[in-house]
Design a protein around this ligand. Structure first.
Ligand code: SF4
Length: 502
């Protein structure tokens, strides 16, 4: 067997648009095949190879940046790091992102790894940090920079090295799981070795349910109320905001996988012997099923399960009745909660013919998929932008909930639209609070159709597509150039395939 060696990253166009196959081959040759195989199993591609979401590493970067006493260091091309830090600060990181720069020489000679090691030793101050997260982006992963050889701990500061390449992790949502899973794994091993720190506010008097997925800050309280009659409390939200919360997350009665794509994290919870329950308490049907599932997972007596449902469902039914939603709505996004949002909309009275999610199909959203399909919705996993746009064109909705390009396209067509991440994810979703709150924003958007028409009239004549804007002479479209480039790219891809080693 040959030893893996550091490899030069694929040359030329080595960004997001470089051949993913080429990057994967280089990474495998550089000793990362085990990691890539695990990612391929955890985050399967298809039906599309690469949904069009932002750089995946943003997901794990954000998880690290939101944790107290946690430092983050990126190792990657300067342009990637610029984009990632820019976006992180746009979303209010209020924290520095460490960067270890490299050039071709330091990358392939191993000096980059030594530089990272030095940076980690310099930063490892236990007075400031519980953990330092080092992330290999695409090029260092493809070159095999061996973060696994970093010390596991320096002066009591835990060192977590992860590879988050765009050619191995399809969405930024799943990159959150890469870091959350790595941290849970570390914390689980610590807990196995001896006593660990208690939660900041002390241990809960009741057994707890860990909430897996980044949810609206008020949602854990709503979920806590739903759980109380079962004799359990809402536990920490994972990804956690602090290292010590990882121990309490693991020390739970069961895990509620509210977002269904956390495969690595689920693996850690299962290794700790915790049952994992999918779906979430949305609307009446969703909440009733979810309380049943949680009750079964913790072996609650039927009387308590019935009491929990009796306490929750009338209030949710009343909230749904008080805030009905009328209209046809398409839903698409990359957060992982698309199916839950669609369920709530349908229970509120909306017609939802299409739900597209960039996330993959997993066991933890099966109940939602089955319910949605039984209620007339077409569910598309790993949905591409083209599929989301085609759904908007096909169903001509009263409201399109989607990602930025979907919203942009819908607005151009005069269709009211809402940006999933900023306007829908940033609201309570569960229990009675979710029912009222989502209807409010959705109804306001649907009622704005007249404004959309006014806006369209106002912008009439400023050009579209290649001619958008105000020009002295209208720009001439050159579809033949695009065709020529497309053919060249297809030819280059075909040549690469032929040259692929068998
Ligand atoms: S790290 Fe992100 S931005 Fe950089 S090449 Fe990879 S996917 Fe693209």
């Amino acid at each position: 067997m040959t030893e893996p060696t550091l490899q030069p990253a694929p040359s030329g166009d080595s960004g997001c648009h470089a051949g993913a196959d080429e990057m994967r081959r280089a990474a495998a040759a550089a000793g990362k095949s085990e990691t890539l195989e695990r990612y391929a199993a955890d985050y399967p591609k298809g039906p599309h190879d690469q949904p069009q979401s932002m750089c995946p590493a943003f997901g794990s970067l954000r998880v690290g940046l939101r944790m107290r006493r946690t430092a983050t260091i990126l190792s990657g091309s300067a342009c990637c790091v610029y984009g990632l830090t820019f976006t992180a600060h746009f979303y209010g990181a209020r924290r520095s992102v460490g960067y270890v720069p490299f050039n071709s020489e330091t990358l392939v000679t191993g000096k980059l790894f030594e530089d990272i090691r030095e940076a980690v030793f310099e930063m490892a101050d236990p007075a400031m940090y519980d953990a330092i997260v080092v992330t290999n982006l695409c090029v260092p992963t493809a070159s095999g920079v061996p973060l696994q050889l970093l010390p596991k701990e320096i002066n009591g500061v835990r060192i977590i090295g992860i590879d988050v390449p765009g050619f191995g992790i399809p969405t930024h949502a799943e990159a959150k799981d890469v870091l959350a899973g790595a941290m849970l794994n570390y914390a689980r091993q610590e807990a196995q070795q001896g006593p660990v720190q208690a939660p900041r506010g002390g241990r809960s008097g009741m057994p707890t349910i860990t909430l897996l997925g980044e949810i609206f800050p008020a949602d854990p309280m709503t979920i806590g109320q739903l759980l109380a009659p079962l004799g359990v409390a809402a536990g920490p939200v994972t990804p956690t905001r602090e290292w010590r919360e990882l121990y309490s997350a693991l020390d739970c009665a069961a895990v509620a996988a509210l977002h269904p794509f956390y495969r690595a994290s689920v693996r850690e919870f299962e290794a700790a012997g915790r049952p994992v329950v999918g779906s979430g308490p949305v609307g009446c049907d969703g909440t009733a099923e979810w309380i049943d599932s949680i009750g079964r997972a913790i072996n609650a007596p039927q009387a308590k399960i019935d009491a929990a449902k009796a306490a929750a469902l009338p209030r949710i039914r009343a909230a749904l009745a008080a805030s009905p939603v009328k209209g046809r709505i398409t839903v698409s996004g990359y957060e992982g909660s698309e199916l839950l949002v669609a369920r709530l909309l349908i229970e509120s009275g909306a017609h939802v013919p299409y739900v597209g999610t960039a996330c993959p199909r997993t066991p933890w959203s099966e109940a939602d998929r089955a319910w949605l399909e039984a209620h007339g919705a077409r569910v598309t996993y790993r949905a591409s932008l083209e599929q989301d746009l085609a759904a908007v064109a096909e169903y001509r909705p009263d409201l399109a909930i989607g990602t930025t390009p979907v919203v942009q396209k819908a607005k151009e067509a005069g269709t009211p639209s809402l940006y999933f991440t900023n306007l829908v994810s940033a609201r309570p979703l569960f229990g009675a609070a979710g029912a009222g709150s989502l209807a409010q924003v959705v109804n306001a958007a649907i009622a704005g159709r007249d404004r959309m028409d006014t806006m369209r009239e106002f912008f009439e004549g400023v050009g579209e597509g290649h001619a958008a804007g105000v020009w002295q002479a209208e720009p001439k479209d050159r579809p033949e150039y695009r065709e020529a480039y497309k053919r060249k790219l297809e030819k280059a891809a075909a040549t690469r395939k032929v040259e692929e080693p068998v």
